[in-house]
Design a protein around this ligand. Structure first.
Ligand code: FE
Length: 209
């Protein structure tokens, strides 16, 4: 009697498919988010307000210029276990292409209503959320959002997130050096948002063990 049946019914294959596709617990199944350079514009100094809403600064009479983006995410290790308590920092230039940094300049000047930097702490399920703007290009770079993950002051990962399908990605020196799978892992699919924001997106960040 053969060890393997010579003919496997189509129904049996379909029934087994979900089990075959699911990664087995304990296996490092997720692609770690590729790291990227911090770049020259980590905020200097850091803003007084550092919450997860970069669009609204307390006491400001208006919200930031630009298209508002609800950015949600989950943070896990490579086996899918959530990483609660990790500090998630983001920073990006404002709608005029200017960072919170003395070395950053743009034609329109800095938008004083944009916080430029913010942080969230990952919840028990590894989730985090930001309200920010859709990133815009600045000379030499395709649009991106910088991200840094810290656990008890120790840096876990520094990376950059891009807009999926943006025409300038293909010419960007940092985006181009990523493999197609890595590019997909750091690309945000923007979807029209119902309320409060123009767009919404979700990202999965994976820290290598
Ligand atoms: Fe940058």
């Amino acid at each position: 009697m053969p060890l393997l049946p010579s003919r496997i019914s189509r129904r049996a294959l379909i029934a087994a498919a979900p089990a075959l596709l699911l990664p087995r617990a304990g296996l490092a199944a997720l692609l770690p988010t590729p790291p990227a350079t911090e770049g020259p514009f980590y905020p200097d100094p850091l803003p007084a307000e550092q919450d997860n809403d970069l669009v609204k600064i307390e006491g400001a009479v208006r919200e930031a210029d630009g298209e508002i983006l609800d950015l949600t995410g989950t943070l896990s290790d490579a086996s899918g276990r959530p990483l609660p308590g990790v500090r998630v920092e983001i920073w990006q230039c404002d709608a005029n292409g200017v960072y919170l940094h003395p070395g950053s300049r743009g034609a329109g000047g800095r938008d004083p209503a944009f916080q430029g930097f913010g942080h969230a702490v990952a919840g028990a399920d590894g989730s985090f959320a930001f309200r920010t703007i859709v990133p815009v290009p600045y000379p030499g770079r395709t649009p991106h959002i910088h991200v840094k993950l810290l656990q008890g002051g120790r840096e876990l990962l520094t990376t950059q997130l891009y807009i999926a399908g943006h025409p300038q990605n293909a010419r960007d020196w940092l985006f181009r050096r990523l493999s197609p799978a890595e590019q997909a892992a750091v690309s945000l699919e923007l979807k029209p948002a119902a309320e409060r924001a123009a767009f919404e997106t979700a990202v999965r960040l994976v820290v290598a063990a």
